[in-house]
Design a protein around this ligand. Sequence first.
Ligand SMILES: Cc1cc2nc3c(=O)[nH]c(=O)nc-3n(C[C@H](O)[C@H](O)[C@H](O)COP(=O)(O)OP(=O)(O)OC[C@H]3O[C@@H](n4cnc5c(N)ncnc54)[C@H](O)[C@@H]3O)c2cc1C
Length: 480
Amino acid sequence: MGARSGNNFLSAIRKLGAEVWIGGARAGDPTVHPAFVHCARSLASLYDLQMEAPEAMTYKTEDGDRAGLSFIQPRGAEDVRKRSRMFRRWAEFSGGMMGRSPDYLNASIAAMAAAHEFFAASDPRFGANIVNYYREARKHDWCATHTLLNPRASRAAGWAGQTDADLALRLVDRQADGVVVNGCRMLATLGPLSEELLVFPSTVLKQEPAAEPFALAFAINCNAKGLRFICRDSFDSGRSHFDAPLASRFEEMDCVVIFDNVVVPWERVFICGDVARANALYADTGAVVNMMHQVVVKNAVKSEFMLGLAARIAQVSDAMSLPHVRERLAEMIIAMETMRACLRAAEADAAPDRWGEWMPARPPLDTARNLFPRVYPRLAEIIQLNSSSSLMAAPADADFASPLLPDLERYLATAGALARDRVALYRLAWDAVGSSFGGRQTLYERFFFGDPVRMASALVDNTDLKPLVARIDEFLKRPD
Ligand SMILES: Cc1cc2nc3c(=O)[nH]c(=O)nc-3n(C[C@H](O)[C@H](O)[C@H](O)COP(=O)(O)OP(=O)(O)OC[C@H]3O[C@@H](n4cnc5c(N)ncnc54)[C@H](O)[C@@H]3O)c2cc1C
C-alpha cells in the first residue's frame, strides 16, 4: 500500500480495539471518544497531506509503492533534506504542538532497519525481524508510539532490575510462539491512537546476568492480549476551536502501559536478554540521530510558532516599541535562529554512517536537543510576561454570541485588534502557555527526550574533548 490517507488511519484505529482506559472505564472506539476524537482527526489530516502533496511527502520504494518520506533510508544528502522538508510540513500543521506525530518513530525504525547487522550480531533472526518490521510498518504506514522507561519506586535505585524488579517490564518466559513479558512502562504518548507500540531499552542496564530479563526491544500490536493503556485526564474538554485552539485539535494523551503476561511473537523481537546490545542500541544504530532530526525540525517550527504568537501579541497590545518587549522578542528570535542554525549545520554536514545510511551530523542536533528543554520554558514564560492579565480577560465563544456582545466589543478592543480577534489571540496564547494543554507542552519539552541531566552527560561523552585538552596542555608548555 505505502503512504495512507486519513480515512485509512481512522478506520484502522476504529477496528483495532486496544484496551484503553480513561476515567475508570474502557474507552471504546477512540475515533469517536471525546478525549481522543479531535487528535484523531488531526492525525488523519497529517496522513491526508501525503495524499495531497505526494511529491513533497512521499518517495518511491524498491517495492514500487509510494511511502511516507519519514520512512526513507537516505542514500544522499538530498534525501536527508527531503525528509526534513516533509518533517517540517507535518510540524507546521500543529505549530510543533504534536510531539508524537508518526514521523518521529518512522525515522527511528528506518535507522534500526538499516543497522540490521547490529541486531543480527545478537541473533540472526533479530536482524531479519527488524528489516521485515520496517518494511511492514512502511507498507501499512502504521502509527506507532514507544515506551522506554520502567517505573521506579525509588529514584536512588540505579537500574530497573535492582530494587524495582517486580515493577519493571521484564521477560518472564520464552515459548515456541514468542516471549512472554510482564510489568509496566511509562509513558506512551499517543497510546490510544497508535496501532503499534515499540518497546525499546530504557536507561542503561548494569552489565550482569540479573539485568538480562530487562534487556528487551520489541514491537507489539496495541491490541495484543494483556496490553493495557491507562490514560491521564484528557486536556481536550470539548471546547470550540475559538475557546481552546490547541487542545481542541492536538491533545495527544499520555498513558501508563501495563503488560499483563503479553506474548510477543518471535518475529517482532529485536533484542532479548543481550544487555550490551540493549545499552548500545540507540547510539550504535543511528536511531537516536534520526529521532533528533525530526525533533529539531519540529522544535524549529515550534519556536517560530511561539515567536509569531509573541509578535502578534506585541502588535495587538501596541507594545512593539517597549524596550523590554523588544528585548524579550529578541531572546525568542535568538532561540529560533539557534534551532534553525543547528538544523542547517546538521543537514549541511550529513554523511553516511557505518550502516550506509546518510545521517545528519549528530553534534548540532545534540546541541539543539540539549538546549530546547532549557529554552522552551522561557519562550512560554515570555508569552506570559508580555500578555499578563490579557490571558485572563478572555471571555468564551458563547459570550460573543450573547447579549454581552456590545460590552465585549467596546471594552476588549485594542489599538491593534477588534475585541473578538484580540480574545481569540490571547486564548491561543493561554492554550500554548497556561492551560493544562500548555502546561503539558512545557513539561513535554523539558523531559520527553529524557532526563536533561543525563542527556547533558551523554553529550559530554559524545564530544571528543581530547584535542581541545591537548591544545590547553600545549599552550601551558609554550616557552614564550
Ligand atoms: C509529557 C511527557 C510525555 C512523555 N512521553 C513519553 C513517551 O511517549 N515514551 C516514553 O518512553 N517516555 C515518555 N516520556 C517520559 C520521558 O522519557 C521521561 O520523562 C524522561 O526520560 C525523564 O524520566 P523521569 O520522568 O522518570 O524523570 P526522573 O528520571 O525521575 O527525573 C526527574 C528529575 O529528577 C532528577 N533526578 C533523577 N534521578 C536523579 C538522581 N539519581 N540524582 C539526582 N537527580 C536525579 C532528574 O534530573 C530530573 O530533573 C514522557 C514524558 C513527558 C513529561
